[in-house]
Design a binder for this molecule. Structure first.
Ligand code: 13P
Length: 248
């Protein structure tokens, strides 16, 4: 039985005050939540979030990392730095990084590799554009994205990877994939993993992301191959985030 995981991706939204209010708000509502809960906060607020959540049920994650261990990479953040802050999770390959910052499958695979080598747990994002879905290429695109990482780090590494399927057309649009659409692609992702190792495929968490909210969360997370959610907008309010956490 795979555990349910609900992760919030705050994206580029935070202040010190908001971090305090949101983290405390989530912490205060977690007593009746069974899911594993993660909040992925912007780099400058990681330490603050970690300090607020020590010995709690709320785990903290980062949203990106560099492909290099260290060195002359002005403005970048390494896996080692994230680990050094006692942060366990890191989002890798989010569609905003792929489309706005030119992250290719190769770069994403390198980031997954360095995250794992430093003992971090990547939240590895895949997903197709609307045009790719309309052309019937969803499986080709998502399959390519998953295989690029398997080819680089090997299937064994998926024991420490959380996959997130985020159809790009559903992110921040209010248009959610139907449970049938999401389940179909989740099952496909699991089949790609199973082509390499069926046990690992059955134990790898695959989260859904894209306009998940308190109203649609239960039905989505209720699908056989959907193991939780990666939440953008609805993770910025403790109430709505907690409602999704309770749906799991
Ligand atoms: P929304 O929930 O705002 O659609 O964002 C999803 C997402 O990109 C999470 O990483």
């Amino acid at each position: 039985m795979r555990e349910v995981i609900v992760a919030g991706n705050w994206k580029m939204n935070a202040t010190k005050e908001m971090t305090n209010t949101l983290v405390m708000g989530v912490l205060n509502g977690l007593s009746d939540v069974n899911a594993k809960v993660i909040a992925c906060v912007p780099f400058p607020y990681l330490s603050q979030a970690v300090a607020l959540t020590t010995h709690s049920q709320l785990n903290i994650g980062a949203q990106n990392l560099n492909t290099n261990e260290s060195g002359a990479f002005t403005g970048e953040v390494s896996a080692e730095m994230i680990k050094d802050l006692d942060v366990q999770y890191v989002i890798v390959g989010h569609s905003e990084r792929r489309s706005l910052y030119g992250e290719t499958d190769k770069i994403v695979a390198e980031k997954i590799e360095i995250a794992i080598n430093n003992g971090l747990t990547p939240l590895f994002c895949v997903g197709e554009l609307l045009s790719e879905r309309e052309e019937g290429n969803t499986e080709a695109v998502v399959g390519r994205q998953v295989r690029a990482v398997i080819d680089r780090v090997g299937i064994e590494a998926f024991r420490d990877i959380i996959v997130a399927y985020e159809p790009v057309w559903a992110i921040g649009t209010g248009v959610t994939a139907t449970p049938e659409q999401a389940q179909e692609t989740h099952a496909f992702i699991r089949s790609v993993l199973a082509d390499n190792d069926n046990d690992i495929a059955q134990s790898t968490p695959i989260l859904y992301g894209g306009s998940m909210n308190p109203i649609n969360a239960e039905e989505l997370i209720g699908c056989k191959d959907i193991d939780g959610g990666l939440i953008g907008g609805a993770s910025l309010k403790a109430d709505s985030f907690l409602q999704i956490c309770r749906a799991g």
